[in-house]
Design a protein around this ligand. Structure first.
Ligand code: ZN
Length: 261
């Protein structure tokens, strides 16, 4: 391609290339990160100037040790965020991925997000690497509950949610900093990555380990790689297709080509 090729043409060619790979995929896996949920109004604490997260250092306040020693700090910080996440709606990127799964092009979605927006969009096989806000568990008796009856009053009042059985503090089932990843999710994600014939990265900068290593496992076994993210990742050099753009604009475009040629 010459230097004078227009960016619009290059973009359109990349969309077409991605559509062909997805249409031919039989065991596609998608890895999604914060970038797919920002268009649904959920801030990404890693990007500069997203006010909600910068109010406190999330690595400190959203850590397991803070939760254990000063839960009121965690719950004060998490209050506005919990409301945004619980009430968020899936966007067109989530919808496109659900369509790919229904059509048999995608088998598994591995997500770093805790917002359940893939499930709300209709995706069935979702592996949540960082847990979910859909359930809470008692830190004392370990009973698990659906979140809404406990988190909705907390979002309104700020009062720490308590276990109806033993009055222990209820912890959202999200993985905090300093907390182990759920082992079953990790095994499932690795198995999916090793068996896939296509891996697509959608809205992840591949900066959080160990999830960021999953595409390497797919590449090592000969899978194709598509990367859609608005900043470059360490694997862009090894990808078949790279689209440096928002997933919410790109994925619906790709879906159009996949389903309507
Ligand atoms: Zn309890």
């Amino acid at each position: 391609m010459s230097d004078s090729a227009s960016p619009a043409l290059a973009f359109s060619a990349a969309i077409e290339d991605a559509a062909v790979l997805i249409r031919n995929a039989e065991r596609g896996v998608v890895l999604t990160g914060a970038g797919i949920s920002t268009p649904s109004g959920i801030p990404d604490f890693r990007s500069e100037g997203s006010g909600l997260w910068s109010r406190d250092e999330p690595m400190d306040v959203a850590s397991l040790s803070t939760f254990r020693t000063a839960p009121e700090r965690f719950f004060r910080w998490f209050q506005p965020l919990a409301g945004q996440i619980l009430n968020a709606q899936p966007n067109r990127a989530h919808m496109a991925l659900a369509d790919f799964e229904r059509a048999g092009h995608v088998r598994t979605i591995i997500t770093q997000n805790i917002d359940a927006l893939h499930q709300k969009a209709g995706s069935k096989n979702v592996v949540e690497m960082h847990g979910t806000l859909q359930t809470v568990s008692c830190t004392n008796c370990f009973q698990q509950f659906k979140s809404t009856p406990f988190l909705q009053p907390y979002i309104e009042s700020g009062d720490i949610p308590r276990c109806p059985g033993c009055n222990g503090i209820l912890k959202p089932d999200v993985i905090l900093f300093g907390e182990q990843l759920p082992q079953s999710s990790w095994y499932e994600a690795q198995r999916a990555a090793r068996q896939c014939d296509l891996m697509m990265i959608a809205g992840s900068s591949l900066e959080v380990l160990p999830v960021a290593r999953l595409p390497m496992q797919a590449l090592d076994r000969g899978a194709h790689l598509i990367i859609i993210n608005n900043t470059p990742t360490y694997l862009n050099v090894r990808a078949d297709v790279v689209i440096l753009d928002d997933v919410a604009t790109t994925l619906p475009e790709i879906a159009k080509r996949v389903f309507h040629g």
